[in-house]
Ligand binder design. Structure first.
Ligand code: DAH
Length: 338
């Protein structure tokens, strides 16, 4: 069977092909023409496969190249037409308002936490993020809680088993740090604590605390007071004052409760400070020598102070939020305000 194209056939083929190319008005049509005249089963390709003499080969290859160039040119032309059409039809009005993307804000607990962290970093303290699952040993024993202390009961504390529990305070961080390194120590530990409280306006079973510990030579209550004054001023403004009332904690001696002068009424008397001008903020004291002995630090050589304070409570005072619940409800109407 002779399938090679004669000179006449080749001329006809070229004419037909060029007419088809010119007639194609879409990219799909161009593609169809390409398959028909240049595809694997096209007359030209079949003829090329049958070629035996050099002259026919050169003629047919030249024809193939012309057809390919014509198809490519038409395709390019149609692409440009399509682009022009889109550029004129899909006009973008840059003056129309854009699509707004919702932008989040930091949670008031986070904002307050960062202020505390910055204040202590400025004093050269190490900032620690400690574990939330603790053991009886670290949460109570090492902090010298007496065996019958109510916090040790399942009624007050979330136990995972007889030994493990959700920490009730950030104070066990003191023990971990003192076991891990030698004095001098200046650290602040911030994070969640857990207590089996009913949800009320002022209580929530999860909240945050920041806990500070300083261990060095010749540390006194005056150092504690100055440190707390620094943090309270960072939180509530330069005018704040700090006072101490005596108290009791198992792991400090003496123990005190620090008050800050009321940032809401500036000591004029308001509901927040119960008309006393002062607001109670956490607990503090000088590290009990027994706690030093528990972790192998010599209380004759080293002294220290410690303090702990609720972060939500500080945030409430900063932003004038009267309840603790909104901190955990994730209501955007509330959170967007910060
Ligand atoms: N851990 C105590 C609480 O949650 C607060 C506290 C009191 C922390 C005295 C201290 C401290 O570091 O020295 O109520």
């Amino acid at each position: 069977m002779v399938t090679s194209l004669t000179r006449m056939d080749a001329q006809t083929l070229e004419n037909d092909a060029l007419v088809a190319v010119a007639a194609a008005t879409s990219l799909d049509e161009v593609e169809r023409v390409r398959v028909e005249y240049l595809g694997r089963k096209s007359a030209l390709k079949l003829a090329l496969r049958e070629v035996r003499d050099r002259e026919t080969g050169m003629t047919l290859n030249a024809l193939r190249e012309r057809l390919e160039a014509a198809v490519d040119a038409r395709e390019e032309e149609l692409r440009r037409v399509e682009l022009d059409r889109r550029l004129t039809e899909d006009v973008v009005d840059v003056t129309l308002p854009g699509e707004e993307r919702p932008l989040g804000t930091l949670h008031p607990t986070t904002l307050t936490r960062r202020i505390v962290e910055d204040a202590f970093l400025g004093l050269g303290y190490e900032v620690i993020d400690d574990r939330e699952v603790e053991t009886v040993h670290y949460n109570f024993d090492q902090l010298s809680f007496p065996p019958a202390h109510p916090s040790r009961s399942h009624r007050d504390t979330f136990f995972l088993d007889s030994e493990r529990l959700l920490r009730t305070e950030t104070s066990p961080s003191q023990i971990h740090v003192m076991e891990a390194k030698k004095p001098p120590i200046y650290m602040v530990s911030l994070g969640r604590v857990y207590r089996r409280d009913e949800v009320t306006a002022t209580r929530f079973p999860i909240f945050h605390q920041f806990e500070g510990l300083a261990v060095d030579r010749h540390i006194t209550l005056a150092d504690l007071k100055g440190t707390l004054l620094h943090v309270m001023r960072a939180l509530f403004g330069d005018e704040r004052r700090v006072r101490f009332r005596t108290h009791f904690f198992p792991f400090t001696e003496p123990s005190i409760e620090p008050d800050v002068s009321c940032p809401i009424c500036d000591m004029q008397g308001c509901r927040m400070c119960k008309y006393t001008g002062w607001i109670e903020l956490g607990g503090a004291g000088m590290v009990d020598p027994q706690v030093f002995l528990n972790v192998g630090i010599d209380p004759e050589e080293w002294t220290g102070f410690a303090f702990g304070c609720g972060i939500e409570r500080a945030a409430q005072l900063r932003h004038g939020i009267s309840e603790i619940r909104p901190f955990w409800e994730n209501d955007l109407r509330v959170l967007r305000q910060f």
